[in-house]
Design a protein around this ligand. Structure first.
Ligand SMILES: Cc1cc2nc3c(=O)[nH]c(=O)nc-3n(C[C@H](O)[C@H](O)[C@H](O)COP(=O)(O)OP(=O)(O)OC[C@H]3O[C@@H](n4cnc5c(N)ncnc54)[C@H](O)[C@@H]3O)c2cc1C
Ligand SMILES: *[C@@H]1O[C@H](CO)[C@@H](O)[C@H](O)[C@H]1NC(C)=O
Ligand SMILES: *[C@@H]1O[C@H](CO)[C@@H](O)[C@H](O)[C@H]1NC(C)=O
Ligand SMILES: *[C@@H]1O[C@H](CO)[C@@H](O)[C@H](O)[C@H]1NC(C)=O
Ligand SMILES: *[C@@H]1O[C@H](CO)[C@@H](O)[C@H](O)[C@H]1NC(C)=O
Length: 523
């Protein structure tokens, strides 16, 4: 798929994006002929080594795998897509690639493919290791563990566990991939009970750059164990996650839609909610202001759950008091609720995340600025098929307390002393990479103004959640010097040749941290 015709406009906007955006893995155009030959050799070497599922650009399956990236932004054109079917094949692939010598095969690693930005989970001038065929989930009742391969989507995991009356705390939309989500931390319906999803991983099976297969847990390779809880693809390829399961019946949950007139009532309800999470850990509430093309306007949508299955418990009273236009609230299974919370794919997506203290003035400012952002985008385009979300999630201090009780991670949230709110603001656009670049520039400017506003109100929180961050943001750097040091040390120890820094350059890489801390507006 040549989605990247080098028109002058596209090249210009790429140039601008690269200027604005020196941390982005700005994609280049199709590789020059010499690189194409080298790349073909890389792919052939893997086939010669015995990997049987190697897909090339003309193949139907190559097209299907490319189309299965959630965001069009991430649908690049690798020289081939290699699909290992087992841990041993991942090992063989890495051994072959890292031993390939001077030719330097570059590669990307993809599990669910849900990260939106180009170059995180895919690569143009290289090959992509796609873990989609490694997608089993097995339940071990005696150990209370789900053994989950990285190519799963969360809906598949919940579906496999449901017959046993158990689940795990994972993604809230069923198509989201397991491996990127868990290595990025993972915020679930159960965070107020059990910490982040990564805090529930008891063991990681990992293939290192050398091809060696190891296990990381509290007993063995415990430094890697900890670093993998938020440290992303900096150390190796995770080929199995052993997650603690818990008994789970139906949840009460669903979504409710409101008109935007109720903005202030929602802000009041949500800020009260954030301070009450500690008293009501069964509850989960996500709320977002969203421009919808069908509506041609902004509406408010909330996703509520009570994980104990209590119907409309008192914790939700403030939200229930607000007049809504529709509701799907019901008792349903974990899988069923996450099937509902899917979001439209097939767009180019640009995300921005920040965290701020639980302060209604900052909240209101962000919602007002979102409306302005929508109005400006609408005024500057003839294509009104775009979607925005300005989404809020509670990050109370109890989350990090649970993480600490479970052994800790590298997210660094325990440094925050006040309850906070995480913003994910995003825009999904149709059109080409020039439209995407323009949207990124505008969203970034909007985000920087929000950060400055929060700072001026004394409400900044440094923390940026990797799972929601765009290429130009700096989540790893926001986890604090102590955690950066842990991630660096684990990377140096388990990947001494830096395979996952140089050969596999995509994603948030610890060696790029200097570049990432570019002149930013002072926080
Ligand atoms: C609709 C939607 C809903 C979402 N809901 C949530 C939510 O509820 N909570 C939340 O926390 N996040 C959520 N996210 C964000 C999501 O967690 C991230 O996009 C995450 O990266 C997805 O995982 P993936 O397997 O699809 O990652 P990919 O995009 O495949 O990979 C992400 C990064 O991880 C690396 N990687 C992939 N597999 C491996 C592996 N096996 N070993 C080592 N590194 C690997 C990749 O190289 C890449 O850098 C959502 C995203 C979308 C689009
Ligand atoms: C899961 O993997 C199998 C092969 O291991 C493959 O046939 C199947 O299509 C995969 N399922 C999904 C949903 O990708
Ligand atoms: C740790 O490694 C030892 C030695 O290989 C092994 O016997 C033990 O089972 C491992 N423990 C865990 C929890 O993996
Ligand atoms: C909710 O809507 C009803 C009519 O649909 C109206 O009578 C009532 O005043 C509204 N309540 C609030 C709090 O807006
Ligand atoms: C949830 O389950 C109900 C009842 O079985 C079903 O009608 C509905 O389609 C399911 N919802 C989703 C989103 O799968």
């Amino acid at each position: 798929m040549k989605s990247f015709a080098p028109t002058l406009a596209a090249l210009l906007s790429l140039y601008e994006a690269a200027q604005a955006d020196s941390n982005s893995c700005a994609r280049s155009n199709a590789a020059p002929a010499k690189d194409q030959v080298k790349l073909a050799n890389c792919c052939k070497t893997l086939q010669d080594a015995g990997l049987t599922h190697v897909l090339y650009e003309g193949d139907e399956e190559y097209k299907a795998r490319t189309a299965s990236y959630w965001s069009v932004s991430a649908q690049l054109t690798p020289g081939c897509i290699v699909q290992p079917t087992s841990t041993e094949e991942v090992s063989l692939a890495l051994k072959t690639l890292s031993g390939y010598g001077a030719s330097d095969c570059q590669f990307a690693v993809r599990s669910g493919g849900h990260t939106t930005w180009a170059g995180s989970n895919n690569i143009d001038n290289g090959l992509t290791i796609d873990l989609g065929l490694m997608n089993t989930t097995t339940y071990n009742e005696a150990e209370n563990l789900a053994k989950i391969q990285p190519g799963n989507r969360w809906g598949m995991v919940y579906g496999a566990l449901e017959p046993h009356g158990v689940t795990v705390g994972g993604g809230r939309a069923s198509s989201v991939g397991v491996a990127g989500f868990l290595t990025g931390g993972g915020n679930s319906f159960f965070t107020a009970h059990r910490g982040f999803a990564c805090d529930q991983v008891q063991n990681y099976e990992v293939v290192l750059g050398s091809g060696e297969i190891i296990n990381a847990n509290a007993e063995n390779n415990s430094d890697l164990f900890r670093a993998l809880k938020g440290g992303s693809g900096n150390f190796g390829i995770v080929t199995r996650f052993d997650m603690q399961t818990f008994k789970q019946g139906n949840l009460w949950g669903g979504s409710m839609v409101y008109s935007k007139e109720h903005t202030q009532a929602h802000i009041d309800a949500y800020t009260a909610w954030v301070d009450n999470v500690e008293n009501y850990p069964d509850g989960s509430s996500i709320i977002f202001w969203t421009y919808l093309p069908a509506l041609k306007d902004v509406a408010i949508i909330a996703a509520y759950e009570d994980v104990a299955g209590n119907v409309a418990p008192a914790g939700f009273d403030k939200f229930m008091a607000i007049n809504h236009t529709s509701s799907t609230m019901r008792l349903a299974s974990h899988k069923n609720l996450t099937d509902e919370l899917e979001q439209a794919s097939g767009y180019r997506d640009i995300w921005f995340t920040m965290t701020f203290k639980n302060n209604p003035r900052i909240f209101k400012h962000i919602v007002d600025a979102h409306q302005k952002f929508v109005d400006e985008w609408k005024a500057g385009t003839t294509d009104h098929d775009f979607i925005t979300q300005c989404m809020f999630q509670a990050i109370p201090t109890i989350f990090a307390k649970h993480s600490e009780e479970r052994g800790g991670n590298v997210l660094g949230l325990e440094r925050e002393k006040d309850n906070a709110i995480m913003l994910l603001s995003n825009i999904a656009v149709k059109g080409g990479s020039d439209t995407e670049a323009r949207a990124r520039t505008q969203l970034r400017a909007y985000g920087e103004e929000l950060q400055a506003f929060a700072a001026a109100q004394g409400g900044s929180v440094e923390w940026q959640f990797m799972n929601y961050a765009d290429s130009y943001q700096n989540p790893l750097g926001s986890y604090g010097a102590e955690n950066v040091a842990k991630i660096k040390a684990a990377s140096a120890k388990y990947d001494p040749k830096g395979i996952f820094q140089t050969r596999c350059p995509g994603g948030f890489k610890i060696s790029k941290l200097q570049d990432a801390t570019l002149p930013r507006r002072e926080l």
